[in-house]
Design a protein around this ligand. Structure first.
Ligand SMILES: NC(=O)c1ccc[n+]([C@@H]2O[C@H](COP(=O)([O-])OP(=O)(O)OC[C@H]3O[C@@H](n4cnc5c(N)ncnc54)[C@H](OP(=O)(O)O)[C@@H]3O)[C@@H](O)[C@H]2O)c1
Length: 281
């Protein structure tokens, strides 16, 4: 197949490595600044290239900054996917749209399956939800893939920030009442690479198995990166002031992917591999 991969962040670069290593497909990569998906001409550009599959790993991911700049977040997260879907519809390409656990309300004690009701809170989450709605309204051949708490080589993510903060300031305060599914970008990329060969369009939660709080994730990251003497104090989310409040318990259940045999390893094991590679233990 001819795969058009859009975006070169954490997930985009993991997808590029996976697809290149597999050598099963011809891969074209679109990155900024040569391509801006928030430009309407994106639809025509896709149609001209006429790939078999488009994977959209591009997004505005600055969750806090989105609160003060909703137009920019919506341009990339809602209009960008809309234009890609228009292009895909006109050349009958399949589209992988990547979304987030934050489209769910995240009520404590609840777990969210692929077709559960969505209720986005923050500007970022609403812009991602608008992207989901746009692509599914415009095109039928859509794989809607939600991930959560993404981390991968070279990216700035929660594990890398925890290790940097531990080195800088020693003891840490970490939120213990916000839960999610750590998702290792190379594992999600491998699952997406399988998914695009199934032609089973629909929604998927491709997250590493299990879930945890930010505090539990920080403790495991520190243990795996040789910083286990760092003292970590558990705090409540309301004690950590930030412009946007993420959902407390937007924990995803991978039911649709698991039914097709697409299951990611437990998050503990993925964190161990990431830390081994990233922090050279
Ligand atoms: N990070 C998380 O914790 C998390 C959690 C849940 C879901 N997700 C979702 O997972 C997906 C991948 O996230 P990620 O962490 O890999 O993101 P990332 O590392 O921030 O990368 C985003 C990519 O999108 C590109 N981009 C931004 N605006 C663009 C535009 N207008 N046109 C073309 N490209 C543009 C960026 O380019 P530049 O490098 O030039 O900025 C970058 O390559 C996103 O859909 C995100 O919403 C992420």
């Amino acid at each position: 197949m001819h795969v058009l991969l859009v975006g070169s962040g954490q997930l985009g670069s993991a997808l590029e490595s996976t697809l290149t290593r597999q050598r099963r497909h011809t891969v074209t990569v679109w990155k900024r600044p040569s391509v801006d998906i928030s430009a309407p001409g994106t639809a025509e550009q896709v149609a001209r290239l006429a790939p078999d599959v488009v994977i959209n790993a591009a997004a505005w991911t600055q969750v806090d900054a989105a609160e003060n700049n909703p137009a920019a977040a919506y341009a990339v997260n809602a209009l960008g996917p809309k234009y890609l879907a228009e292009g895909c519809a006109s050349c009958s390409a399949a589209l992988v749209q990547v979304s987030t656990n934050e489209v769910f309300a995240g009520i404590p004690g609840q777990f969210y399956r692929e077709y559960d009701q969505r209720q986005a809170g923050s500007v970022y989450a609403r812009s991602k939800l608008a992207g989901e709605t746009a692509v599914t309204a415009l095109h039928a051949q859509v794989y809607l893939v939600r991930v959560a708490w993404l981390f991968g080589p070279g990216g700035t993510n929660f594990p890398s920030k925890i290790v940097a903060a531990a080195a800088r300031q020693g003891n840490l305060r970490v939120v213990d009442d916000e839960y999610g599914n750590p998702t290792y970008a190379p594992d999600a990329a491998a699952a997406i690479a399988h998914l695009i060969e199934t032609e089973r369009y629909g929604s998927y939660h491709l997250v590493n198995e299990g879930w945890c709080s930010r505090y539990q994730l920080a403790q495991h990251v520190l243990a795996c990166s040789g910083c286990d003497r760092v003292e970590v104090t558990a705090i409540a989310q309301h004690e950590w002031q930030r412009p946007s409040q993420p959902p407390l318990h937007a924990v995803l259940v991978n039911q649709a992917g698991a039914a097709l045999g697409l299951q990611l390893r437990p998050w503990h094991a993925a964190v161990e591999e990431y830390c081994r590679q990233q922090f050279h233990r």
